[in-house]
Design a protein around this ligand. Structure first.
Ligand code: IFM
Length: 767
């Protein structure tokens, strides 16, 4: 079935196939068909491609800044280049007649097949590539060429160190050599002198070949062969590539070539097979099955695939970048996306990965403390864009006014303070769901206290009303900067303060020694905790209007011009104009960039009556331009809650296809923001599982309260909770069955539509 003219999904719901070659689509295909494993990402480009075609091998933990440029991960030298001319004609997707690129989601395999007529012969090329999930440093690629007549092939393969890099050349040196048939590139980064070593070990079979002088150019080293290839004989180049950096091991220069050679000895098939096994285990905890709609099934699997490969599962030192490892977009930094979108899609499926991400936030507390201090606050003001140290890498100027060419000073970095309470409330929810008390004591409490400290120093007291206020900030709607008492932010701040006070009490009762040590370490006093409680009790919480039920997005919002996004768009003088602060077309209007009050309804829906959710969803949704891919999933979650299932499905579909159908702009206000939208990927999973699937957690128990859209005949998803593994299946008739894995430690009670159901290990219970 087709998702678009060029893109189709296979009948089993596991493969995506793009037909034909279109230079404009190529950047998107490169992103969508990314191979990755949380350590590295290799874009879905063809082996003959180079930097101009946006080839990129992005490697975690290599953050680097060139001069005054923006910090980002490096794109390593490309070890998988294979290029051929056949009887003098260059072969490649751009010149071929029939091109098909594909992604097999089951094992993360990129594929490219194409046919090209050269003179008297038809040449066919087939490429397969995976990033290993068995050894995260390895990539394996098979390139195969065959012709229907005898041909002469001029073949090069090796390492191309001329890379696509958004913000400068991150390598002060790139040394290349051939060590016993393994081409090794050793690059050193500019800022921290990190050694990034890439090794390519290849084998070649088929035809009669003669090795000729290697191609040695600045930053490039390729082996070169002339091959006489008889008709019908496959010429195969298998390349095993290893990427290792000095942040991983002391001597990457030895380790990378050794790994590549070992991989070559094992062979492509063996590496594929071990990765297939690893993916089988991953999908056990990841796969959400949708019956009745093949496109929804496959796009959801696509979302799940990218949600997983952007997650640095191997470490608790690193974040999930807003564009994962698909390119250097958004500087490979984590935003609030990580805690509100990515992480909740993990805490009931792979909770240890959710924990890793929060430990990363704990490790980066010092960066948050530095930011708070620099801006005149106390405690932890988390970075809007966080990389390895937690210092804010968000530049003052992100966009340019395309009309005047002048830079726009946005205040994402110093005013968008909901990031801190977002993190603290996520910690609270993580601990509540997982029962991970150890995390709370060792990490979570410190985050909670430092965020509360920050909030206490941030709020202003209104002596006349006796209330606390958050002023001069941005809520999630980034077009409206410098606003006061954003409803979402204030509610989040309230909950973060409540969590800090509760945690202090809980630790005092259950972990007094640990609490005393922490208090000593961060200099916490009883007066401060009492102050947090005061602010919690008196912070202004924008409430629904008694007549209309509407919650004002921020103070004065309803006085802004009430127009639609289409009317605002018609005012643009240039389609590339930035709509937001300070002079953009949306600023004097109620048109929001993305879900804002709807975020409040999503995360705090329980505190409002259903008619309030209804009124606000219907007021704000038509006024939202959805210029962020974070917007539709939030709307989807709320639409499920108010029973608007078809609308919710439309929000989910928009979310799950944003990359596949390339509906989000790659450049805004002159800045490249392309690449995979990791929050949308995880957000799509949340809408499916926590929205339609109704998976939640309340009063210490798992809850399943589902509502399926009519297009789906069944939904099935895995749950991992406190050592128990379950599979929940929901039928179109509303039936719910819960299967408990035989190895589970004991019975589990799940509240299905308000009724408790107990499932024994190895049994299935229906409700
Ligand atoms: O965090 C988001 C923000 O809400 C909207 N702009 C893009 C960021 C990264 O996804």
């Amino acid at each position: 079935m087709h998702l678009s003219e060029r893109l189709r999904v296979s009948d089993d719901g596991w493969r995506l196939v793009e037909t034909g070659w279109d230079a404009d689509r190529a950047p998107h295909v490169g992103t969508n068909f990314l191979c990755g494993n949380g350590y590295l990402g290799y874009r879905g480009t063809s082996p003959e491609h180079t930097a101009d075609d946006l080839v990129a091998l992005v490697v975690t933990d290599t953050y680097d800044t060139v001069g005054d440029g923006w910090q980002e991960l490096v794109t390593a030298p490309n070890p998988l280049l294979v290029a051929a001319t056949v009887d003098g004609s260059p072969i490649g997707v751009a010149t071929a007649e029939r091109v098909e690129t594909s992604l097999d989601l089951r094992i993360g395999e990129f594929g490219a097949r194409f046919a090209q007529r050269v003179d008297h012969a038809l040449v066919e090329v087939d490429v397969r590539r995976v990033a290993s999930y068995d050894d995260l440093h390895l990539l394996t690629q098979r390139w195969q060429l065959q012709a229907d007549a005898d041909v002469e092939v001029d073949l090069v393969d090796g390492v191309d160190g001329v890379v696509w890099s958004l913000h400068g050349d991150h390598f002060r040196t790139v040394d290349l050599d051939d060590r016993d048939g393994t081409i090794v590139a050793e690059a050193r980064t500019v800022e921290h002198d990190v050694r990034v070593v890439v090794a390519a070990a290849s084998t070649r079979h088929g035809g009669e070949s003669t090795e000729v002088d290697p191609v040695v150019e600045p930053r490039r080293r390729f082996r070169r062969h002339r091959v006489r290839l008889p008709a019908g004989t496959p010429l195969v180049v298998d390349t095993v590539a290893a990427v290792v950096t000095s942040n991983d091991v002391d001597d990457p220069g030895d380790v990378a070539p050794a790994l590549a050679r070992r991989g070559r000895a094992e062979g492509h098939e063996q590496l594929l097979s071990s990765t297939t096994d690893a993916w089988r285990r991953i999908w056990d905890d990841l796969d959400v099955v949708v019956e009745g709609h093949l496109a929804d099934q496959t796009t959801l699997r696509f979302s799940a695939y990218h949600h997983r490969i952007c997650t640095p599962a191997h470490t608790d030192h690193l974040p999930i970048g807003a564009r994962g490892l698909s390119c250097q977009g958004y500087q490979n930094a984590a935003f609030w996306d990580q805690e509100v979108y990515n992480l909740p899609a993990l805490w009931l499926s792979e909770p240890h990965l959710a924990r890793n991400l929060l430990v990363y936030r704990h490790r980066t507390l010092d960066g948050a403390r530095r930011k708070a201090e620099r801006l005149g606050y106390r405690g932890a003001y988390y970075a809007w864009m966080s990389t390895d140290t937690g210092d804010d890498v968000c530049p003052d100027v992100f966009f340019v006014d395309v009309l005047s060419g002048r830079p726009i000073r946005n205040h994402f970095n110093d005013w968008q303070m909901h990031i801190s309470p977002d993190l603290a409330t996520t910690v609270a929810r993580y601990v509540e769901i997982t029962g991970d008390e150890r995390f709370l004591v060792d990490h979570g409490a410190e985050i909670a206290f430092e965020v509360a400290r920050f909030l206490h120093s941030f709020v202003l007291y209104d002596e006349v009303r006796g209330t606390y206020h958050c002023i001069r900030l941005l809520g999630p709607d980034e077009w409206h900067e410098n606003v006061d008492d954003n409803a979402f932010t204030n509610h989040q701040a309230h909950d973060a303060l409540a969590f800090a006070v509760d945690t202090h009490e809980r630790l005092a009762a259950d972990h007094p020694v640990a609490l005393e040590q922490l208090r000593d370490r961060i200099g916490l006093t009883d007066d401060e905790v009492a102050a947090w409680a005061r602010v919690r009790d008196r912070i202004a919480l924008p409430e629904p209007d008694p007549d209309t039920g509407l919650i004002e997005q921020f103070r004065g919002f309803f006085e802004l011009e009430d127009v639609t996004p289409e009317q605002v768009r018609a005012r643009l003088l240039d389609p590339g104009e930035y709509w937001g602060w300070p002079n953009g077309v949306a600023v004097p209007t109620q048109v929001s960039k993305q879900a804002d009050v709807v975020m409040l309804l999503w995360l705090h829906g329980d505190r409002f009556e259903s008619k309030i959710l209804d009124a606000n969803y219907h007021y704000y949704a038509p006024r939202c331009a959805h210029f962020s891919t974070l917007s539709h999933p939030a709307h989807g979650m709320v639409a499920v809650r108010i029973g608007e299932l078809d609308r919710a499905l439309a929000h989910l579909r928009t979310t799950a296809t944003v990359d596949l159908l390339s509906t989000a702009p790659s450049v805004v206000g002159g800045t490249f923001i392309g690449g995979i939208h990791t929050a949308a990927c995880s957000g799509a999973l949340q809408v499916a599982v926590q929205g339609f699937g109704g998976l939640g957690f309340a009063d210490g128990r798992l809850v399943v309260d589902p509502a399926l859209p009519s297009a789906w005949t069944a939904l099935e998803y895995p749950v991992a909770w406190r050592g128990h593994h379950l599979r929940v299946r929901i039928g179109s008739d509303g039936s719910v069955s819960i299967e408990s894995h035989a190895d589970n430690p004991g019975p589990v009670e799940v509240v299905v539509r308000g009724e408790p159901v107990t499932v024994e290990p190895g049994a299935r219970a229906a409700a």
